[in-house]
Design a protein around this ligand. Structure first.
Ligand code: GBH
Length: 552
């Protein structure tokens, strides 16, 4: 179990009551620290409330009864997803492929990051991962056995253009690999759902011009890469996502520094970086690159290929910590700094006022021409969501390095009750009702878009240390999916236009800075033999959709 820092602040307020007496109220806030370092167990500060719950017999969370209070009204057996609803499992290139030095693949910022001591908690990497590069037949057979309609995967830019740039050569062996994957999926009757960029930037572009920090060069190189991809695969791929979770590439990669390239103002973590400006610049480059790629697709390919294109954004619901107006406004600000940062320019035409106000000229501005290019650059709303935070207003002026909208985030209510059971991942608390609220909030703010849920899933406490038998019977994960799929059904009944659901993930895989020890798979992977074994959760997700989807 990863430890993380906690800060407890106690504030006392003394007021005069109507009868002239004084009354003192004390409020204690516990703040979950996102700037976690990979502290050794000795130096980590122990948690009280949340940790007690999480370290007491973990099996209690595998008990459906302990979930009861988290489940909303059950939609029940009569619910049906429409016949064209796409369901399946998701993965990403660097997390599953392995074979990082094979068939001409160029190095990426993640290969480099993993080779830097102290960056990945168990000192592993994606060098071999699930060996999916060599197992196309086996992985597609698994998907077919699960009966999925679609499979979400990502292309490794550096397999296709090893050095990444617009004048750099294309690697035919990289194209051949993805042709094999796409053709095998189609032969199995599975719809390919493809992401162009799931964080594995070609290292050459980071070395050449600082990658995402260069808002002139990066969008041009991405545009050319996108054109090569549409040209090569667009005859068969009809569902496109440009970027996966630009929030993570920007804030984790350039703000907190816990993802590649690891830049941050925190000098204990990295010698270079500036948290106060770089995440906003990186996000800006991604928006421009995304818009250029969509423009290329629409002007050069869409008419003949007939697919849809969007970006996928991640967001966790922010529930006000109290009923106060300040906390309610803080929760909206948190959502704006999380998702509206990208979704507002794309769906409404510019950054939210709250970001402009807090960040001033540290937030890049769009020219009128750029605004026009970015606005409307999505055929649907792609969403990844996992968890929920309680959000309290922060009274003091925002810190320069603040990335969240000047709020205090909690994972427990003021009475100490955790917001939900914690998964293995420090950030992931199981809160199904938060997803329903988030879906309704997005539906409302962006005028009722089609929403494609492109990731949702969880890690299981201590899973890596369980026996194989225990691990395969992953009731914690089954309960997670039960709760979250019920929330999806409720949102559909609320009128939100949800068009897909992809469970993260098909396979246990390389969980970035959390290495191979944190498992998100519905399929167990033995990282020595690469054997795949379905877990109970894979059977649950698959039978859920089989039972609840209208036949075509
Ligand atoms: C997704 O991100 C990714 O798309 C996928 O690749 C990944 O494997 C999966 O989720 C599971 O993690 O730095 O401790 O403050 C999920 C959204 C948002 C989760 C940011 C981690 C930061 C945690 N991520 N969050 S921390």
């Amino acid at each position: 179990m990863v430890n993380y820092k906690k800060t407890t602040t106690t504030t006392s307020t003394t007021i005069k009551t109507a009868d002239g007496a004084t009354k003192t109220t004390t409020k204690t806030s516990t703040v979950y620290d996102r700037l976690r370092t990979f502290a050794t167990p000795e130096s980590a500060i122990p948690l009280d409330t949340v940790n007690r719950l999480m370290t007491s017999p973990r099996k209690q969370y595998a008990d459906a009864n302990t979930y009861a209070h988290l489940l909303e009204p059950q939609v029940g057996p009569s619910f049906k997803y429409p016949a064209d609803f796409l369901w399946g499992f998701a993965t990403a290139s660097y997390q599953i492929e392995g074979a990082v030095a094979e068939e001409g693949r160029g190095r990426t910022i993640w290969d480099e990051f993993c080779d830097t001591p102290g960056k990945v908690i168990d000192a592993t990497s994606g060098a071999t991962a699930c060996d999916s590069f060599h197992r196309v037949t086996e992985d597609v057979a698994l998907l077919k056995a699960y009966g999925v309609k679609a499979y979400r995967f990502s292309f490794a830019w550096s397999r296709i253009i090893p050095l990444g740039g617009r004048d750099d050569p294309v690697n035919p062996l990289g194209i051949a690999y993805y042709n094999r994957l796409i053709d095998t999926l189609l032969a199995a009757g599975i719809t390919p759902f493809a992401t162009l960029y799931h964080w594995d930037l070609p290292l050459a572009l980071a070395e050449r011009y600082n990658g995402l920090l260069n808002s002139e060069e990066f969008p041009k190189d991405f545009e050319r890469y996108a054109r090569v991809v549409f040209q090569s695969f667009g005859d068969r791929v009809k569902h496109w996502l440009t970027f996966n979770e630009p929030y993570c590439s920007s804030k984790l990669g350039y703000g907190w520094g816990n993802h590649a390239p690891g830049r941050t103002s925190d000098r204990a973590k990295n010698p270079v970086g500036d948290t106060s400006v770089e995440p906003w610049r990186a996000g800006h480059s991604i928006l421009l690159a995304h818009a250029r790629a969509v423009n290329v697709y629409r002007t050069e390919f869409q008419a003949t290929q007939g697919g849809k294109i969007a970006i996928t954004l991640n967001c966790d619901w922010g529930e006000p910590y109290s009923d106060s107006e300040e906390d309610k406004a803080a929760a909206v600000r948190y959502l704006e700094f999380y998702v509206a940062w990208f979704a507002d320019p794309i769906f409404l035409g510019d950054y939210p006022e709250s970001l402009k106000k807090q960040l001033g000229n540290r937030l890049p501005a769009f020219s009128e021409e750029e605004k026009a290019l970015v606005k409307g650059s999505a055929d649907f709303f792609g969403l990844n969501s996992y968890t929920t935070r309680l959000v309290e207003n922060r009274d003091a002026a925002p810190e320069l390095d603040d990335l969240d909208g000047n709020v205090i985030q909690h994972t427990a209510y003021s009475n100490g009750t955790p917001i939900g059971p914690r998964a293995e991942s420090v950030w992931l608390f199981v809160v199904p009702w938060g997803l329903r609220k988030l879906l309704n909030w997005l539906d409302n703010r962006y005028d009722h878009p089609d929403i494609f849920l492109t990731e949702n899933g969880c890690s299981v406490p201590n899973e890596n240390n369980l026996t194989k038998e225990e691990l395969l019977n992953d009731q914690f994960r089954v309960n997670f999916y039960k709760g979250y799929l019920n929330a999806v059904q409720l949102a559909i009944n609320d009128g939100v236009k949800i068009k897909s659901y992809f469970a993260w993930s098909l396979l246990d895989n390389f969980e970035w800075a959390d290495g191979l020890q944190t498992r998100f798979g519905c399929t167990y992977v033995d990282f020595d033999t690469f054997e795949r074994i379905p877990k109970a959760s894979a059977r649950f997700v698959s039978s859920h959709f089989k039972a609840h989807t209208i036949e075509e």
